[in-house]
Design a protein around this ligand. Structure first.
Ligand code: MGD
Ligand code: MGD
Ligand code: SF4
Ligand code: MO
Length: 709
């Protein structure tokens, strides 16, 4: 390995915006730590890049604190007879894991071993993990936290367009938009530098935010910059059906585009025939007049974008809701038209690349199907195995986790890059399920809540300590670079997989070099929907990273210069046309006087399960403990005052929080962030019901009773 450079261009460790940053080693030995905190090995500055334009959010600015964190894991930990985790040697720990895997596979079959990956892993690690599961563990049981994140949006895009790239256009295209419809996305908190791309629409009064809360993004609509629509949670599908109804009945649609580029108009027309705005008003709480006006605004604008976020996707009807948003976009002729578009905002750092290269239960690298004989043959050839030896499709995340330790479920689980003890739905059942395992191995750099419950913990490298690539929310492949030395004792996940593969007598090549693994990924992806075959670390280092030389948006087959914009001439289905898939709502239970709808989501300062950001004092001081947003009138009804301790409960669990009274939320709704652990996990209350198409759980809607403590 070469020594890290003094100034290293890389990208943020957190979300899918992947803001460009430079990490600089100070001239002196280190930057002095603040107030008793350890010295930082590098300083961070924002770097000019089309997506973030030099900006970072507070998480990015404080990210280097992670590199000096005193809680960093530096040695494997193995649970002893006393029930505690104890430091152990790498060799003996890996021997132990391999022996247990062999025993369990011999007794119960290979499918008794499971793997749970993450959308924060680099492409190289995500790819290697999928390969490791299929040819070293020989199990079908691999899935990942992206199932909790992008699966509904992905399912909708795949069925409509035949391809799933979150934004099929560069983010900077939004700059000149006249109208941007944001459905269930709070970029003001979840991707602050993104907001600069909304300025153009705001200047024209064209930002439309649909969110049951007046989120920081909804506030951007104030002062004539746009409109905030505040529907009943979980009713976005009906709102969209009514918008489609208006677009069809008032003949506001782009008839030429629909005729030439889509199929499904007749069935779509039938499916929305009963969703006139007055009916939708009774369900969504959005007035029929506003619905009509919104439909006319969208159709009348020369440059319109429709974007979805988790707020509309993380529901049992999330795929159908995203599908309805796509149908509306297709009727208006947006996808593939210059200055217009539809997209979904990918969340995790490598949420896009992580869903392309084989961590998904049904998937091989390059977004190929594991059920497709041709894909099996070509990938097996790259891996040096017989295609018949590749397992078939596995099971999606919730089922994989919940069936742990039960007949037919996994008995061992290797977790790489997820903290399911906080982030899984109906989390108590997942905590119990993982407690039934014979073997839980967690690879992490901090002792996350899931790691704390593991039999074995493996300390791995974090972002600025290793090389790799990430694919951002625009499908643009970026280089993550090493800026500091890893602590002695921590190991790369490529090394861990290679060592285990050797101990398991696995076939195949197990390189330790990310650039070599990328080359193999590129070959394995050739011909797939997410084709990376023309890319390499060397090519990305020439200048794609700065956005100057090459637009490394996939598909990037050999000889390509990248594909910043998709769908200009055709969609990815064989006939080149997009599908308008008719969707219909199912009935749902609704809130009542004594039951509120709980919606969950994010705070600016915390990232996901909080395993990383809860360690940073600057991010945690504002809200050290769980806070619930509640409308003052609701609070009054329940005898709750601002700042009071409250209890939220339902049949699944009980959570205590401090009440924050605000007119920003509907009076039938309560909001909890999901970043807090243990007894403060919002997921003690969420349901594990899943979307039938995507297996996405219903994070965004649960019924709860609220009372003062
Ligand atoms: N600060 C921060 N930023 C992050 C992350 C983080 O944890 N913290 N995580 C990253 C990841 S992985 C992701 S997936 C993205 C998520 O990014 P977003 O999708 O922007 O985030 P959420 O807060 O989950 O949900 C967005 C909004 O949906 C609203 N909502 C809830 N229910 C409904 C509903 O029924 N209908 C509608 N229309 N809206 C609803 C919520 O009030 C919330 O404001 O953020 C990424 N960025
Ligand atoms: N109630 C509710 N629950 C939700 C959501 C919601 O909106 N509401 N959102 C869902 C969504 S969209 C998501 S994406 C999930 C996210 O939830 P999680 O999957 O729990 O995501 P993180 O908290 O990012 O967990 C990543 C863990 O892996 C570690 N890690 C980071 N990088 C690496 C790496 O390269 N290798 C290894 N081995 N470890 C690494 C981190 O330290 C951390 O412990 O939560 C979901 N859960
Ligand atoms: S917006 Fe996302 S990528 Fe950018 S600095 Fe914040 S967390 Fe990092
Ligand atoms: Mo996510």
């Amino acid at each position: 390995m070469t020594a890290p450079r003094r100034a290293t261009d890389t990208h943020c460790p957190y979300c899918a915006l992947q803001c460009a940053m430079t990490l600089t080693q100070p001239d002196a030995a280190a930057v002095p730590g603040q107030a008793g905190r350890p010295a930082l090995p590098v300083t961070v500055s924002g770097r000019e890049f089309p997506t973030n334009r030099g900006g970072l959010c507070t998480k990015g600015w404080t990210s280097t604190e992670l590199l000096a964190d005193t809680g960093r894991l530096t040695t494997p930990l193995v649970r002893g007879a006393d029930g505690e985790l104890h430091p152990a040697e790498w060799d003996t720990t890996l021997d132990l894991i391999a022996a247990q895997i062999r025993r369990i596979a011999d007794d119960e079959g290979h499918d008794a071993i499971g793997v749970f990956g993450g959308g924060g892993l680099t492409n190289e690690k995500a790819y290697q993990l999928g390969k490791f599961a299929r040819i070293a563990l020989r199990t079908s049981r691999i899935d990942y936290n992206g199932r909790f994140c992008m699966s509904s949006a992905a399912a909708a895009a795949n069925r409509a367009f035949g391809l799933d790239r979150g934004l099929p256009f560069p983010l900077t295209d939004l700059d000149t938009a006249e109208t941007v419809l944001l459905l269930g996305s709070n970029v003001g908190d979840t991707m602050p530098p993104f907001v600069s791309h909304l300025q153009g629409a705001r200047a024209r009064g064209g930002l439309i935010v649909v969110d049951p809360r007046r989120s920081s993004t909804a506030r951007l609509c104030a002062d004539g910059a746009g409109v905030h629509i505040q529907p009943v949670p979980g009713t976005d599908l009906m709102l969209l059906l009514a918008l489609i109804h208006v677009v069809l009945s008032e003949e506001l649609y782009d008839a030429d585009y629909v005729r030439q580029r889509t199929t499904g108009l007749d069935e779509l027309r039938r499916s929305v025939s009963s969703w006139w705005p007055e009916r939708a008003e009774t369900v969504t709480g959005v007035s029929a007049r506003n619905i009509r006006e919104l439909a006319r605004t969208l159709a009348g604008s020369g440059s319109t974008y429709i974007l979805t976020g988790r707020g509309v996707e993380q529901h049992v009807d999330g795929t159908d809701t995203a599908t309805a948003a796509i149908n509306l976009a297709l009727l208006l002729g947006l996808p593939g038209t210059p200055g217009c578009g539809y997209g979904t905002l990918t969340g995790q750092g490598n949420g896009q690349g992580g869903r392309e290269h084989g961590q998904k239960a049904d998937q091989l690298p390059g977004y190929q199907s594991i059920a497709d004989p041709a894909a099996r043959a070509s990938v097996a050839a790259v891996w040096g195995v017989d295609p018949d030896d590749l397992p078939g499709p596995g099971v999606p995340a919730v089922e994989l986790l919940q069936s742990a330790g039960l007949p037919g479920g996994v008995r061992a689980l290797l977790v790489h890059g997820s903290n399911v003890f906080v982030s899984a739905p109906n989390v108590q059942t997942v905590r119990e399920a993982l407690g039934r395992l014979d073997l839980l191995v967690v690879s992490d750099f901090f002792l996350s809540e899931t790691a704390r419950a593991a039999d074995i913990v493996l300390p791995v490298l974090q972002w600025a300590e290793e090389e790799g690539t990430m694919t951002n929310l625009e499908g643009r492949v970026l280089r993550r670079r090493r800026a500091v030395d890893a602590p002695p004792g921590a190991r790369s996940e490529l090394w861990i997989m290679a060592e285990l593969a050797r101990r398991l007598d696995a076939p195949g090549v197990w390189s330790l070099e990310p650039a070599e693994v990328f080359d193999e990924l590129a070959r394995a992806s050739a011909g797939g929907r997410a084709d990376y075959s023309g890319l390499s670390h060397a090519l990305l280092d020439i200048g794609a990273d700065s956005g100057v030389a090459i637009e490394a948006h996939w598909p990037f087959p050999v000889g390509s210069l990248g594909t910043p914009r998709l769908f200009a001439d055709r969609f990815a289905h064989a006939d080149g046309r997009a599908r308008m898939v008719a969707v219909r709502p199912r009935t749902q239970q609704t809130a009542s006087a004594d039951r509120l709808t709980l919606i969950t989501g994010r705070l600016l300062e915390q990232y996901q399960s909080g395993a990383q950001t809860r360690r940073i004092p600057e991010l945690t001081e504002k809200r050290p403990a769980l806070v619930a947003q509640l409308h003052p009138s609701t609070a009054r009804r329940h005898g709750i005052a601002d700042g009071d301790g409250i209890r939220l409960s339902n049949s699944r669990g009980t959570v205590r929080a401090r009440a924050e009274l605000t007119h920003d939320i509907r009076s039938d709704t309560v909001f909890l962030p999901f970043h807090y652990p243990d007894a403060e996990s919002a997921n003690l209350l969420t349901s594990d019901r899943v979307d039938p198409h995507s297996a996405m759980p219903e994070f965004k809607r649960a019924l709860v009773q609220v009372s003062a403590v």
